[in-house]
Design a protein around this ligand. Structure first.
Ligand SMILES: [Ca+2]
Ligand SMILES: [Ca+2]
Length: 151
């Protein structure tokens, strides 16, 4: 993620003021297995991801889809601002990583890596926009967790 200097200063001040509450802190969030986080499920059942969040989930069946939302904070938006989204599937598996807007529309993305169980895509971020990020089964699923992160 690219910052302007002023944004970095603001982030540092914010980190001092709010400590672990900073938007840039690293922390883990586990999927709620009882939530309907399919694409069609209610937005309230989707975890709101942010920079620095490690979302950990499991594809529990070949029809399970896990969708999260990502609304880039306004202080991270600027010319050329972007987010790199990383999906680490269980070893030996390669789950699908999908990114849409809230209407299911296409979001332009660049593949930075797609090898083995690691996929990384870059999207250019815009103000006041929510992205939907989906992890869906590939050809087979594992009982192991996958991890989704945004940097
Ligand atoms: Ca799941
Ligand atoms: Ca699900």
């Amino acid at each position: 993620m690219k910052f302007k200097k002023i944004t970095l200063v603001l982030a540092a001040v914010s980190a001092l003021a709010f400590g672990a509450q900073s938007a840039f802190a690293q922390y883990d969030v586990n999927e709620n297995p009882n939530a309907n986080n399919s694409w069609q499920g209610p937005a309230s059942d989707k975890v709101a991801l942010n920079y620095g969040v490690h979302f950990v989930g499991t594809l529990s069946s070949s029809s399970d889809e896990d969708w999260s939302t990502f609304t880039p904070p306004n202080n991270t938006i600027g010319p050329g601002s972007y987010a790199d989204i990383t999906l680490v599937s269980p070893p030996g598996y390669s789950y699908n990583l999908a990114i849409t807007d809230s209407n299911g529309g296409y979001v332009a993305k660049t593949w930075l890596q797609d090898s083995g169980n690691v996929a990384v895509v870059r999207i250019y971020t815009e103000a006041n926009r929510t992205y939907w990020i989906g992890v869906t089964p590939g050809s087979s699923i594992s009982t192991w967790n996958y991890q989704l992160t945004i940097n």
